[in-house]
Structures are given as structure tokens and as C-alpha cells.
Design a protein around this ligand. Structure first.
Ligand code: NAD
Ligand code: DAU
Length: 352
């Protein structure tokens, strides 16, 4: 019998790669992609699989508890992979409440819907919550890494909202026996990344010859993972992770922001046929992000030893694939930056 799997936030950056992977790898599943299509949700990301017989899109908001209850009553979901979230740290600094609504209330609504629908029948069910390494706070000592046992210390409204949702997920395991699993991943990069985040913003601005805003001195460090490697990790953990457990996912690939921006400038100069050193002249140091976490770095040993997952792509290869994708998909970039993609889908879903 076909298993119904609900993926939330599937029109976003990582969600679209997870949806594609599940639709293609598992024809025995029917994938329901639930997404509110906020500014970050874009069905263009899934054009290539939207006609697949085992895929359906559902427009809806996880903040709406009645809607979720109805959806779970309508479909006997075997599992949930929950990615829907407000995801940008800078936006959380200007509008923290939006992050509480979606990331905290939305997650609790989803937990409640699953708990009610699965009551008395939790066997072979799975509630997978996709979280972030930012819940662990920041690192200073170069020899230190985030482990699954690292104490939570969220320092931005975004990470506080994600930490809160993680706590609720664990509480539902402990209190109601909901079969949950959580992963905490480092920074992703790759195709379909919304150009407000560092990597696609820099690529876009280099193409446009616009300033490249580097926060503070550019010395903050992030651990970068190619998005398809994250989607593969989610697949592995969804199918083989243990209930109630947490798995860290990371690239073992730390870069100072300024070094990453310089590398992107170098790659882009080559790709665009510009003289070496042209793009780096666009670098502009700007006021630092408030409360800017210094360094994130994941220790993903557990995932490797217990479930055999490792990143597959070298950074140079992943970055080149990413740059190539943006250069050949400039219409996607233009639509996203002009807001045109939203007008199209707003009209399409009006009145539904
Ligand atoms: P994104 O912002 O690109 O996409 C989020 C998606 O969620 C969008 O499609 C949006 O329309 C949808 N959404 C937002 N609010 C919603 C609501 N109320 N109801 C239904 N749908 C809603 O985010 P992303 O970067 O793809 O991140 C996906 C998940 O992975 C998030 O939970 C994030 O915390 C986590 N994560 C992201 C990264 C990263 O580097 N991007 C790393 C680790 C973990
Ligand atoms: O670590 C995982 C997290 O990574 C995810 O949970 C978040 O959803 C995701 O957005 C990302 O958060 P960051 O804040 O690390 O990503 P961002 O791309 O916004 O910034 C990366 C680094 O680059 C950070 O140190 C801030 C800096 N930066 C960012 C932007 C947008 C700049 O210097 N200039 C910029 O214009």
C-alpha cells in the first residue's frame, strides 16, 4: 500500500531538495508538500517533479491548527518531515514574533495534529523535525565542535525559536510517546537558495556588479554543506534513525566569511570572463549583525558511525555546481529578486 508522507516547507530551499529526493527515490510513497508559500517558498523549485504521480502540493499555513487537524483527518500520514520555518537570522532580529508563530506555534500545531491522528496507533509512524546547529550557540575554541550532547544556548530570535521547537518535539516523545527524531544541521548551500543568504546574495551581487556586504570584519566562521548531501542525510535519518534521538549533520568544512566571499569572487571572475581581482573590489564591510555568532562547527561522527552518512561533495565542486546553477538560472534569480514569482502563484491559488 502507498505510504503517505507529509513534508512541510517543501517549496523552500532545503525542502525542495528533500521533496525531489523522496518523490524520485520512493515511488511507493505519496509525497504531500505542505507549504504556505511565504516569500521564501517558490514552486518553481519543483517544476521538474510537479507532474509526478506520487506528488501533491497543498497550500496551507502550519500556524492554522484547524487546517492541520483537517488535513491529518483527510490523510492517514505515515510520517512527517518538518522543514517549514522562518529561516533567516536577520529577519528574526527585525521581526521576532513571526519566528515564534511559525517555528514554535506552527511546530506545536503539527505535533498536536500528529498526536491526535496517530493516538493508539504510533507503530511505524515517524515525526522528523529538521533543526539547526544554531541552537547550540557559538564556539570560540578552534578545537571545539557541537556534539548532540552540547548544551543548548540559542543567541538570536531565530535560534531561540528553533531551540524552543526542538524542546517541544522532545517533550512530545517523552510525554505522549510520539515517535520523533531530530537533526541539527550546519549551513547549507546549493541551487534554489534564496538570495538573502550569504552565498546566493554574493553570487547575485557579483553578477549585477553591486556591493558585496560583509558583516563586521568577515571573521565569523560557518561550516558549509551541499544541500543535496543534507537531503540525503534526512533520507537516511528518516528511515534508519532511532526514535527520540538527535543526529548532528555537518560538512566538516569551515570557512571564514571573508575567505568564502573571496573564493566566490575568484570563481565568478573566471566564469564571467572578468579580469582576476575584479569582483573582489565590490567587497564592502558593513555594520555587524547584532549578536552575531562567531563560529559554528558540527561534529557529525554519530551519523557516520551509526548510520553510515558522510558528505559526498568536496566544497570546490559543490561551489562550482552552485555558481553554474545560478548562472544558468538567471530568470529564477530575476523572478525571486523582483517578486514576480509570488504574483504568479498568488493568482494561481487565489480563492482555493
Ligand atoms: P527556507 O526559508 O528556504 O524555506 C522555508 C519554507 O517554509 C518556505 O517554502 C516557506 O514558504 C515555508 N513556510 C514558512 N512559514 C510557513 C508556515 N507558517 N506554514 C507553512 N509553510 C511555511 O528555509 P530553508 O533554508 O530551506 O530551511 C528549511 C529548514 O531547515 C528550516 O527548518 C531551517 O531552520 C532548517 N535549517 C536550515 C539550514 C540552512 O542552512 N538553510 C541549516 C540547518 C537547518
Ligand atoms: O547554521 C545553520 C543556519 O545557517 C540555518 O539554520 C539558517 O536558517 C541559515 O540562514 C544559516 O544562518 P546564517 O546566519 O549562518 O546564514 P547567512 O547566510 O544569513 O549568513 C552566513 C554568514 O555570513 C553569517 O556569519 C552572516 C554573514 N553575512 C550574511 C549576509 C546575508 C554577511 O557577512 N553578509 C550578508 O549579507
Amino acid at each position: 500500500m502507498t505510504k503517505k508522507i507529509l513534508i512541510t516547507g517543501g517549496a523552500g530551499f532545503i525542502g525542495s531538495h528533500v521533496v525531489r529526493r523522496f518523490v524520485i527515490q520512493y515511488p511507493q510513497y505519496h509525497i504531500y508538500n505542505l507549504d504556505a508559500l511565504t516569500y521564501a517558498g517558490n514552486l518553481e523549485n519543483l517544476r521538474d517533479i510537479e507532474e509526478a504521480p506520487n506528488y501533491s502540493f497543498v497550500k496551507g499555513d502550519i500556524v492554522d491548527a484547524d487546517f492541520l487537524d483537517q488535513l491529518f483527518a483527510e490523510h492517514d500520514f505515515q510520517g512527517v518531515v518538518h522543514l517549514a520555518a522562518e529561516s533567516h537570522v536577520d529577519r528574526s532580529i527585525t521581526d521576532p514574533l513571526a519566528f515564534v508563530m511559525t517555528n514554535v506555534i506552527g511546530t506545536v500545531n503539527l505535533l498536536n495534529a500528529a498526536r491526535k491522528a496517530w493516538k493508539g496507533n504510533m507503530k511505524d509512524r515517524r515525526f522528523y523535525h529538521v533543526s539547526t546547529d544554531e541552537v547550540y550557540g557559538e564556539l570560540h575554541d578552534p578545537g571545539e565542535f557541537f556534539l548532540e550532547s552540547t548544551k543548548y544556548d540559542p543567541r538570536s530570535p531565530y535560534s531561540a525559536s528553533k531551540a524552543s521547537s526542538d524542546h517541544f518535539v522532545r517533550a512530545y516523545y517523552n510525554t505522549y510517546g510520539l515517535p520523533v527524531v531530530i537533526s541539527n544541521c550546519s549551513n547549507n548551500y546549493g541551487p534554489n537558495h534564496f538570495p538573502e543568504k550569504l552565498v546566493p546574495l554574493m553570487i547575485h551581487n557579483i553578477i549585477q556588479n553591486k556591493p558585496l556586504p560583509v558583516y563586521g570584519k568577515g571573521e565569523n566562521i560557518r561550516d558549509w554543506l551541499y544541500v543535496e548531501d543534507h537531503a540525503r542525510a534526512i533520507d537516511v535519518i528518516y528511515h534508519r534513525g532511532a526514535n527520540g534521538e538527535t543526529y548532528n549533520i555537518g560538512g566538516h568544512n569551515e570557512w571564514k566569511n571573508i575567505d568564502l566571499v573571496l573564493l566566490l569572487c575568484q570563481i565568478m571572475d573566471q566564469k564571467l570572463g572578468r579580469a582576476e581581482g575584479t569582483s573582489q573590489q565590490l567587497i564592502t564591510y558593513v555594520t555587524d549583525r547584532a549578536g552575531h555568532d562567531l563560529r559554528y562547527a558540527i561534529d557529525a561522527t554519530r551519523l557516520k558511525e551509526e548510520l553510515g552518512w558522510e558528505p559526498s561533495l568536496q566544497f570546490a565542486e559543490g561551489l562550482e555546481k552552485t555558481v553554474d546553477w545560478y548562472l544558468t538560472n538567471q530568470t529564477w534569480l530575476d523572478n525571486v529578486t523582483s517578486g514576480n514569482y509570488q504574483k504568479y502563484y498568488d493568482a494561481m491559488y487565489e480563492g482555493r
